[in-house]
Design a protein around this ligand. Structure first.
Ligand code: AMP
Length: 415
C-alpha cells in the first residue's frame, strides 16, 4: 500500500517523502484510516512498529483541517501523554517533521528541567501538546495549561505508565479532559489491569494489534551466552573486542549497575556512558545524541531510561543482566531491528538467571541461539533457596558495613 491511498493531505505526503518513508508500516495502514474517521483506538503495538507516526500523522491532518487556516490563537486540541522524557521528546520531534508543511503548532513538556522555557512556548499557543504526566499536572495546577479544549487524547505506552506508578496521575488527567473526545490508547502488552484502564478511557474502540509482544521482533537474531556471575565483565569485554560492534546498547538492571559497567568499560578504553534516572536531563540528552551520531560506541542504560530510545540503525543490544519479566526482554530487544532493520540481541546469563531465559523462550515461543564457543562458560550451579537466603543476608550485611564505613569517613573528614 502507498501513503497516498490512506487519504493523507499533500503537506503531510510531502513531509513523509522528505523522511524517505516508502510505504506505511502495518500499524500505520490499519490505524490511520479509523483515526481519520474519529474512531477510538485500542492499539496493542510496541515501539519500532511505526506506532508514533500511526497516531501523529492523522492527528496532524485532523487539526490541520479544522484549525489550519484559522487565524485564532491556537488552543490545545490534542494531548499526547507518554511515560518518559525521552519518548516525549522523540514524539515531538516526529511531529515536527510530519507537520513541517502545515500550520499545526506543537510542543513538549517534561520534568527534570526548569519550566520557564516550556511555559513561554505554551503561552504562544499550541495545538498539540506532548507531555509526561508529572509536569503536565504541575503546569495545570499552576494555571498554565487548560486541557478542556482537547478533542483527541492519546495515552501512549500504557503498560509502562502503570509500571512506573503513574496510575493516579492518569486518572487525574482523564477527569480534567472533556468527556466528548476521541481517545487513542496504546500499549505493548494488554494484561488485565491495562484492559480495565482502557475501558475507563475508550468508547467503542477499534482494536488494532500488530506484532504481538510474544512474537518479538522477527528481524532480531537472539543469542545467549551462559556464564558465571564473576565472569560476566570479562565476557562482555571479550564480545565487544571480538565481534567488532560499532554501536551497542547495553542493558543493566540498576542505576548503580549501569554506572559500574560504563566505568569498567571506560577503564578498558571503550567509549561508554551510562544513562538512567539519576543523571541530569542534559547529560542524558548529550549521551544519547553522541550515541546516535556514532561518537559514542557503547551506551549503558536501565530499562526506564532506554524506553523511547529510537536509533533507526541500531544493530546490537546486550543484556548484561537478564530481566526477570520476559516482556521487558521483548521491549529491550525491540530497540534493535526497528522498522525492518536487522538486529542482534545478546544475553549474558549467569546461573541465577537460567530460569529467566526459560521464561523468555516460553513467551516468545522460540529458543535463543546458545553460543558455546567462548572462554567463560557457565560452571557454577544456581543457588538453592537456602543459599539464596544466606546470600541475601550476606549482601545486606555488606551493604550496612559499606554505609557505616562511609558515614564514619564523612565524619572524620568533617573533623
Ligand atoms: P516508532 O515505532 O514510532 O518508534 O518508529 C520506529 C522507527 O520507524 C522510527 O525511526 C520511525 O522514524 C521509523 N518509521 C516509522 N514509520 C516508517 C515508515 N513508514 N517507513 C520507514 N520508517 C518508518
Amino acid at each position: 500500500m502507498r501513503f497516498e491511498e490512506l487519504g493523507l493531505i499533500k503537506p503531510i505526503l510531502k513531509a513523509l517523502k522528505d523522511k524517505n518513508y516508502q510505504e506505511p508500516t502495518e500499524i500505520q495502514e490499519t490505524a490511520i484510516p479509523p483515526i481519520l474517521k474519529r474512531k477510538d483506538i485500542l492499539g496493542c503495538a510496541q515501539t519500532g512498529t511505526g506506532k508514533t507516526a500511526a497516531f501523529a500523522i492523522p492527528i496532524i491532518q485532523l487539526i490541520h483541517r479544522i484549525e489550519g487556516e484559522s487565524n485564532k490563537e491556537p488552543v490545545i486540541r490534542s494531548l499526547i501523554v507518554t511515560p518518559t522524557r525521552e519518548l516525549a521528546i522523540q514524539i515531538d520531534e516526529n511531529i515536527s517533521s510530519y507537520a513541517k508543511y502545515t500550520k499545526v503548532k506543537h510542543t513538549v513538556i517534561f520534568g527534570g528541567v526548569k519550566q520557564g522555557k516550556q511555559v513561554t512556548r505554551l503561552q504562544k499557543g499550541v495545538h498539540i501538546l506532548v507531555a509526561t504526566p508529572g509536569r503536565l499536572l504541575d503546569l495545570i495546577d499552576q494555571g498554565y495549561i487548560n486541557i478542556n479544549t482537547v478533542k483527541i487524547f492519546v495515552l501512549d505506552e500504557a503498560d509502562r505508565m502503570l509500571d512506573m506508578g503513574f496510575i493516579n496521575d492518569i486518572k487525574k488527567i482523564i477527569k480534567l479532559l472533556p468527556s466528548k473526545r476521541q481517545s487513542l490508547f496504546f500499549s505493548a502488552t494488554m494484561p488485565n489491569n491495562i484492559q480495565k484502564l482502557s475501558k475507563t478511557i475508550l468508547h467503542n474502540p477499534q482494536k488494532i494489534e500488530v506484532a504481538p509482544v510474544s512474537s518479538a521482533a522477527e528481524t532480531v537474531k537472539q543469542y545467549v551466552y551462559y556464564t558465571n556471575r564473576t565472569s560476566k565483565k570479562k565476557l562482555l569485554i571479550h564480545i565487544l573486542e571480538t565481534e567488532g560492534m560499532k554501536q551497542v546498547l547495553v542493558f543493566a538492571r540498576t542505576k548503580r549497575g549501569a554506572d559500574r559497567i560504563s566505568r569498567d568499560l571506560s577503564k578498558q578504553k571503550f567509549r561508554a556512558l551510562a544513562i538512567h534516572g539519576d543523571k541530569a536531563q542534559n547529560q542524558r540528552q548529550k549521551a544519547l545524541a553522541m550515541f546516535k551520531e556514532g561518537k559514542l560506541r557503547i551506551l549503558v542504560a536501565t530499562d526506564i531510561a532506554a524506553r523511547g530510545i529510537d536509533i533507526s540503525k541500531l544493530k546490537y543490544v546486550i543484556n548484561y543482566e537478564i530481566p526477570n519479566l520476559p516482556e521487558t526482554y521483548v521491549h529491550r530487544i525491540g530497540r534493535s531491528g526497528r522498522a525492518g532493520e536487522k538486529g542482534i540481541a545478546i544475553s549474558l546469563c549467569e546461573p541465577e538467571e537460567n530460569q529467566f531465559v526459560k521464561d523468555i523462550q516460553k513467551l516468545i515461543n522460540k529458543k535463543l541461539i546458545v553460543v558455546e564457543d567462548h572462554p567463560f562458560p557457565q560452571t557454577d550451579k544456581p543457588m538453592t533457596e537456602k543459599e539464596k537466603k544466606e546470600w541475601n543476608k550476606e549482601k545486606q550485611r555488606r551493604k550496612q558495613e559499606f554505609f557505616a564505613n562511609r558515614n564514619k569517613n564523612k565524619k572524620n573528614r568533617r573533623r
